[in-house]
Design a protein around this ligand. Structure first.
Ligand code: SF4
Ligand code: SF4
Length: 304
């Protein structure tokens, strides 16, 4: 085994010890393939009001602008797949948002992992990311061989499907790199596109956020002008339609166990909840991203 592959092996072993379900490593090259794709998506206005997607265009494509002397992107995958389900009559919440906010949980794991790597490799320097900076996480995970893009534009792992959180460490040391998986994984399947109730997937791999329930119920700060089909926060329809998610490994991780109320609250409970109770129950939940007022706004559309 050469030195670079030894480094990669050590990194992956430690990632496993810190509870990551999969780890792949990519070279931190400029993402030239993504330049036109991202530009076209922005030119079409598919980012809707997410102006932050327009900002830092160059940084998004070039990890060396994020981390000086970046050499490697260590990509980490954590599954939140579980077999729990909400009360069928309740307003629907995306599965990732049923428990506590993953940013906090994964950030802690990532920091601990990085601290451990620093002990093993004193020369290592870099930065960790959990959906926290202009970085194309799915693209790095694909390059690191962890999975591929589905036509829904979601990332799909062959083992864990799409109900996964991605995070990264961009570091200044060279390693042995993984190869992207090759193949036409979606084939003739069209289930996510056909299943989207608002035709938000305008063509394979392209989502128009304006039409997407997930964007409208989480990111949009204004009025909602689409039908949200019973979704209160986020939308999992295209993920649920995907055959890869039907056979994905169920992890039922302790740290992502649902907050009991996300499963049990009825339509009336959601309509009647006061701000103090909401803030108390959902203090650590991703629902705080929208906050009480916008959850109430979303409820009006659930009713429609
Ligand atoms: S998240 Fe929902 S609305 Fe958005 S593309 Fe998927 S199915 Fe369509
Ligand atoms: S539902 Fe079918 S087309 Fe869509 S991502 Fe899954 S495999 Fe691909």
């Amino acid at each position: 085994m050469n030195k670079l592959s030894e480094i990669s092996k050590t990194v992956k072993n430690q990632a496993e010890q810190f509870g990551f379900d999969a780890c792949g490593i990519a070279q931190s090259n400029y993402l030239s393939d993504m330049e036109n794709i991202l530009k076209k998506w922005l030119d079409n206005g598919y980012n809707a009001s997410m102006n932050y997607m327009k900002n830092h265009f160059e940084i998004r494509l070039n990890p060396r602008l994020l981390v000086e002397n970046a050499m490697s992107v260590i990509c980490l995958l954590t599954s939140y797949n579980s077999d729990v389900s909400q009360n069928a009559a309740a307003p629907k919440i995306a599965r990732y948002a049923l428990g506590n906010d993953y940013h906090i949980i994964i950030r802690k794991k990532l920091n601990d992992f990085f601290a451990s790597l620093k002990k093993t490799f004193p020369q290592i320097n870099g930065r960790g990311f959990v959906d926290s900076a202009p970085i194309l996480e799915r693209e790095w995970a694909v390059r690191a061989g962890l999975g591929w893009y589905g036509k829904s534009s979601a990332f799909i792992s062959p083992v864990f499907g799409s109900f996964v959180f991605l995070s990264e460490l961009i570091v200044n040391i060279e390693m042995e790199y993984d190869k992207p998986l090759t193949g036409n994984f979606c084939g003739a399947c069209n289930k996510c596109i056909a299943g989207c109730p608002n035709s938000a997937i305008t063509e394979p791999y392209v989502v128009n956020s304006q039409k997407c329930i997930s964007y409208q119920t989480i990111e949009n700060r204004g009025e909602i002008n689409i039908t949200t089909h019973g979704w209160l926060f986020g939308c999992d329809i295209c993920l649920q339609a995907c055959p890869y998610n039907k056979c994905a490994k169920i992890c039922n991780r302790e740290e992502f166990q649902p907050i009991a109320e996300t499963l049990s609250m009825s339509f009336d409970d959601w309509e009647n909840i006061g701000e103090d109770d909401f803030n108390k129950i959902f203090e650590k939940s991703p629902l705080m991203r929208t906050g009480y007022e916008r959850i109430k706004r979303n409820m009006k559309n659930v009713k429609r």
